[in-house]
Design a protein around this ligand. Structure first.
Ligand SMILES: C[S@@+](CC[C@H](N)C(=O)[O-])C[C@H]1O[C@@H](n2cnc3c(N)ncnc32)[C@H](O)[C@@H]1O
Length: 298
């Protein structure tokens, strides 16, 4: 049954039309199950490569532990332990200097990105915030080779998994930023420079006292709208009904954004067809409906 409220709410279906459209066949259901974190987010266990983990202490809110106190604020993410396998560490050491960068270092926040230099071409740019282990990032970048994708994530092991997948698949249109996606928007992209912003399954922070930690607040949505070019797209997806309501209200209240009905979505400059991630499979398993919310910059 296809339920609808606020945005497009997808039916809970094991084999999605989306997957057929993307012509991908990812085995998201394989591997160990996801677990629920304190923030209400499902934690997908990443890194199928076995082998000895390379221990790393838990990740602080700013990945380098270098943020000055005035830069610390309520964040949408929580400290979590990150352990790379030896293979992930080797791939990280080899590829991160070319394909990854930090949102903040000891010297302060990163400067504006020169995406033309970084990707070696001029192409429309999409920012994905909170890419997790990068399942959607990889599949969507492969399906849209004419677009360049910057994936922001605080979770090092997720980025390491994406790096391994990029290496394995020979994908050339993904770059990564480790750190807070809000800082990435603030400091690394100019107003009007993005063709798309994707936020898939942001941590729902279900307890009322934690709602202030949700990523998609009015200020962040206003910042996203500012960084989009006219016609650029904000695409959010969530399996949390309460958060879906909040996102819908906040997006609809943002004067620079216009909600795009499903019938018009095929004409957008980026695809809104997503593969099913492990996280989403878990949501399907417990019967949650998925809300897809799409706006364009006026
Ligand atoms: C529930 S997971 C969803 C991951 C992925 N989008 C998916 O659909 O499988 C949310 C992810 O967002 C990341 N995250 C939360 N807040 C973030 C922020 N401000 N900047 C970057 N990443 C963030 C978390 O580390 C986590 O990996």
């Amino acid at each position: 049954m296809d339920k609808r409220h606020h945005g497009q709410v997808r039916a809970v279906a094991p084999a999605t039309f989306d997957r057929q459209l993307l012509d991908i066949n990812l085995s998201h259901d394989a591997g160990p199950p996801a677990v629920m974190g304190n923030d209400g987010g499902m934690r997908a266990h990443c890194g199928a490569e076995s082998a000895k983990p390379v221990a790393e202490p838990s990740e602080p809110a700013d990945p380098d532990g270098s943020a000055a106190p005035e830069h610390r604020r309520v964040t949408s993410f929580r400290t979590r332990r990150s352990t790379l396998t030896e293979k992930q560490q080797r791939t990280w050491d080899r590829l991160w200097p070319q394909l990854g960068t930090q949102a903040r270092t000891e010297a302060g926040p990163a400067e504006r990105l020169d995406t033309t230099a970084w990707f070696g071409r001029t192409a429309p740019v999409i920012l994905e915030i909170g890419c997790g282990t990068g399942t959607s990032t990889l599949a969507m970048a492969q399906a849209e080779p004419d677009l360049d994708v910057v994936a922001a994530e605080v979770y090092k092991r997720g980025l390491a998994q994406l790096l391994c997948a990029i290496d394995r698949e020979g994908v050339t249109n993904i770059r990564m930023v480790r750190g807070d996606g809000v800082e990435v928007l603030e400091n690394m992209f100019a107003p009007g420079s993005l063709t798309g912003v994707r936020v898939f399954f942001p941590d729902p922070w279900p307890k009322s006292r934690h709602h202030k930690r949700r990523l998609l607040q009015p200020s962040t949505v206003a910042l996203i709208a500012d960084r989009l070019r006219p016609g650029g797209v904000l695409h959010a997806a969530t399996d949390h009904a309460g958060y879906a309501e909040q996102i819908a209200e906040v997006g609809d209240a943002e004067p620079l954004l216009r909600r795009v009905p499903v019938a018009e979505q095929a004409g957008l400059p980026i695809s809104v067809q997503r593969p099913t991630t492990k996280y989403e499979s878990k949501a399907h398993h417990v019967g949650s409906a998925i809300s897809e919310l799409v706006w364009e910059r006026r």
